[in-house]
Design a protein around this ligand. Structure first.
Ligand code: SF4
Length: 381
């Protein structure tokens, strides 16, 4: 089936389709399952230093962004990423949005290690030509059974019940449909194809499954599946600190400097970027992480604090949200989620409930809708 032409272009950035931001080109590198080898992390960090502003931004979908790319830099970046195995598909690079539970296979809450399934799904997705037409915002997720990815409201997800089967979730809602472990990738790809087909039938330009009229039920019908008794499981994000299989390090505001990336790469052969601006270091030989400003204590006020780029990176921003957050957050007590935004669009906001801090211009902020100066924001928690 040939997908309908869109009237509104998909502007989700990738490595090949770089977004022109106020501070230069912005490239988003998809990391299915959030997994990076130490050598891939070094490639990304070197690219950020040599071609961008020196930092890696961690996103709410466990991807990585490089900002402030100069003209010509995207070509060099794509060649480096291709050589490092981080750009396996030209046609599908922006649709490889696959979350996996970051602690999968590493602790006692993991019912089944879904990372191999994330790799299988990625390969099948890239080998399905029609799925290159998926919107760049369409999100897949593989939950190892703990329910930690529910707030991300993935379009198509499977949450494992055990090593034999999992439950299909559509638009973040459990369907009661059971999927055998060996069919997980195949069913998820079929659900994505059904989304595109239903979207065309409805004459819609929806980006997400939940935006379609009766989307989840239409997809199930198209797949010949019937919903059943659904299991509602809601888990928590991984918190900073040590656990059985390694350590979780919070990256304040998701901005990872080259020195921090090097400390992570020295500590483990593999790291996993989480959707919560943190990194799971697999193994227990951690080195220098606290020294370089990564947060390892669950009580730190930085845990759960996120922000958009703000000024000067984004031309729409009404404030330097990261600069203000760095002045304010260290004086806060920890707990809960907070998102700082440079404008009402609230890019990168977390799923679920959070304290909403939005720049108003002139140094002021609206905190959950109440206008105040930055000093009052400091006193707010
Ligand atoms: S929330 Fe507004 S200021 Fe922040 S990155 Fe998005 S558009 Fe820019």
């Amino acid at each position: 089936m040939v997908p309908r032409e869109r009237t509104v272009p998909d502007r989700c950035p990738g490595v090949l389709a770089v977004h022109e931001a106020a501070d230069g080109g912005l490239a988003r590198v998809r990391l299915p399952g959030g997994v990076l080898s130490a050598s891939q992390l070094r490639v990304l960090a070197a690219a950020a230093v040599e071609l961008g502003d020196g930092h890696l931004e961690l996103t709410s979908r466990a991807n990585v962004q490089i900002r402030a790319l100069q003209p010509g830099a995207p070509v060099e970046l794509s060649e480096r990423l291709y050589a490092a195995g981080l750009l396996p598909s030209i046609t599908h690079e922006r649709v490889r949005n696959i979350l996996a539970s970051p602690l999968s296979g590493l602790d006692h809450l993991s019912r089944y290690d879904v990372l191999p399934l994330a790799g299988e799904l990625d390969r099948l997705l890239c080998a399905t030509p029609g799925l290159a037409a998926l919107p760049g915002r369409f999100l897949f997720a593989l939950d190892d059974g703990r329910g930690d990815l529910a707030p991300s409201k993935p379009d198509v997800a499977v949450r494992m019940s055990d090593g034999q089967q999992g439950e299909l979730l559509l638009a973040g809602v459990a369907t009661g449909v059971r999927v055998a472990v060996e069919r997980v990738a195949e069913v998820m790809v079929a659900a994505a194809e059904a989304f595109l087909a239903v979207r065309d039938e409805q004459g819609s330009e929806a980006w997400r499954l939940g935006e379609l009229e009766d989307g989840p039920r239409m997809v199930l019908t198209r797949l010949g599946l019937e919903g059943g008794r659904a299991e509602d499981v809601r888990g928590e994000p991984a918190v900073a600190g040590a656990f059985e299989g390694g350590i979780v390090a919070t990256v304040p505001l998701g901005v990872l400097a080259a020195e921090q990336a090097e400390a992570l790469a020295e500590s483990a052969d593999e790291v996993r970027v989480t959707p919560w601006r943190s990194v799971v270091v697999v193994g227990t030989q951690v080195r220098r992480l606290a020294e370089v400003g990564l947060v390892l204590e669950g009580s730190s006020p930085w845990n759960g604090v996120t922000s958009c780029a703000g000024r000067p990176g984004c031309g729409k921003a009404l404030g330097d949200v990261r600069g203000d957050a760095r002045r304010v957050v260290p004086g806060w007590s920890g707990g809960g989620r907070v998102h700082w935004s440079g404008c009402e669009r609230r890019c990168g906001k977390p799923g679920g409930e959070f304290l909403d801090v939005v720049a108003l211009g002139g140094g002021g902020y609206a905190v959950d809708g109440v206008a105040m100066g930055v000093d009052e924001v400091r006193a707010h928690r």
